[in-house]
Write a protein that binds this ligand. Structure first.
Ligand code: CA
Ligand code: CA
Length: 445
């Protein structure tokens, strides 16, 4: 069932504790989010305090079952306002349900030099594992690789912060930022992350792997947000960038880009029931990975994710890349200006069931629309209602037909399921304006 909803109505839904009955377009009859009893509702029923807001009923896969309320029911004693990494770490370890307000910019209190141990230097690492010396058939090992790993472990201990169940993390005002930190939502249920600018979670110690791909690759550990083994997670109205340290400015070593970042929002290891809405992902390479291994295991029947009204702004691949999951990708705005750096948008992986609907793709004139899909050993997806703008012209695009015309094997055209958990799918033509204006940090308060 599709239903056009005006943007203003959609935004109102996002701040209603109890959406109107008309929003119940899904087939499920389970209870909606928490009652406003514990919140600070105004007489109109709108929560003006973003810490008390919950995921609207039916708003994507995170609305399944018990829905996603985060820490909205926190007693006053479990409400924290943080503006340093240490305060954030302390609040994350405190009792739940809890609300953590982020005020201003949180950064790390250490530099790469603080983590370096065991005699690691990049210069020595490059000398030891130069393919001319080490070859290309085995991964690095020995004292310098051990020193790199030990240094990386020290960095991980400082910048990877675990997020537990029944937690809301929300930025205050328009300028909340978390820089150089990896939020790790691990084996948790019921988590909300909203209204934060996430920046540059750079790895000080990238690892060279000569066996990754035909020419080898530099790999890094940290995402801005990692969701693993968790359920009911709502990531909304955040901005993800590499700040002043973009991938495009990294050097080449051994002829390959020195990659210091991993994902912006990666959802893996059997995570399930996630809604990523109204975020801006900008100026980054590997953006959103859903499912990290082709090996069937914990991911089978999980990785159910809804990706809607996000702005994919000059990001290069994994928008998202999907394995296993039923993933509803609708009403997103893709801006792809540069054919020389763009890799692909939707990665169709093993047993994936992508349902791509009413998205707006704005491409530079040299960008090939057949590259919007990429075959990572998937077989089929549903794509409908998507539009393409090149120059000033907006036309419908059949993503699968365009892909199949120049690639073999062809993709099938049926993902095998039809999404019901959504609050209404907007006309694709409206998405460029609504998403470019209202996605990202600074829009909800
Ligand atoms: Ca990752
Ligand atoms: Ca073909």
């Amino acid at each position: 069932m599709k239903r056009a909803v005006a943007l203003t109505a959609l935004l109102s839904l996002a701040i209603l504790a109890t959406p109107p009955a008309s929003a119940a377009t899904g087939s499920r009859t389970t209870a909606g989010p928490a009652s406003p009893a514990t919140g600070s509702a105004s007489p109109s029923g709108r929560h003006t305090d973003p810490g008390r807001q919950v995921l609207p009923a039916n708003d994507g896969w995170a609305a399944e079952g018990s829905g996603t309320t985060g820490g909205s029911a926190a007693p006053a004693s479990n409400v924290h306002t943080v503006s340093t990494r240490t305060q954030l770490a302390t609040a994350l370890a405190a009792p739940s349900p809890k609300i953590i307000y982020v005020k201003g910019t949180i950064g790390t209190d250490k530099t790469c030099a603080d983590y370096t141990t065991g005699g690691y230097t990049l210069q020595a690492y490059l000398a030891a594992y130069d393919p001319a010396v080490w070859g290309r058939t085995t991964e690095p090992s020995g004292p310098l690789e051990d020193a790199r790993a030990a240094s990386a472990a020290k960095q991980t201990a400082n910048i990877k912060l675990k997020v537990g169940s029944n937690t809301t993390i929300v930025g205050l005002g328009k300028n909340a930022r978390i820089r150089g930190v990896n939020l790790h939502v691990d084996k948790a249920d019921n988590v909300i992350v909203r209204n934060i600018g996430f920046e540059d979670t750079a790895d000080c110690f990238p690892q060279w792997d000569p066996t990754d791909g035909a020419e080898g690759n530099w790999n890094s550990l940290y995402d801005n947000i990692s969701v693993t083994g968790s359920t009911h997670v709502w990531v909304d109205h955040n901005t993800f960038t590499d700040g002043d340290n973009p991938d495009s400015s990294q050097p080449l070593y051994f002829g390959r880009p020195y990659q210091v970042h991993d994902g912006q929002l990666d959802i893996t290891n059997g995570a399930n029931y996630v809604t990523a809405s109204w975020n801006r992902f900008a100026g980054h390479d590997k953006t959103m990975l859903i499912g990290s291994t082709n090996t069937p295991g914990a991911d089978v029947g999980k990785l159910k994710v809804t990706v809607h009204h996000n702005h994919f702004d000059d990001v290069l691949q994994r928008l998202p890349r999907v394995r296993f999951g039923q993933v509803h990708v609708y009403n997103n705005y893709y801006e792809v200006p540069d054919a020389s750096t763009f890799v692909y948008a939707l990665g169709v992986g093993v047993q994936s069931q992508i349902f791509a609907e009413n998205n707006f793709f704005r491409l530079g004139r040299a960008v090939d629309p057949a590259k919007l899909l990429y075959n990572w050993a998937g077989t089929t997806l549903t794509a409908r209602g998507n539009v393409l703008r090149v120059g000033g012209r907006v036309t419908p695009i059949d993503l699968i037909a365009v892909y199949n015309a120049v690639n073999d094997p062809d993709f099938g055209t049926d993902a095998g399921w039809t999404p019901t958990l959504h609050t209404g799918v907007d006309p694709a033509e409206s998405v460029r304006l609504s998403v470019s204006r209202h996605a990202g940090v600074g829009e909800i308060s």
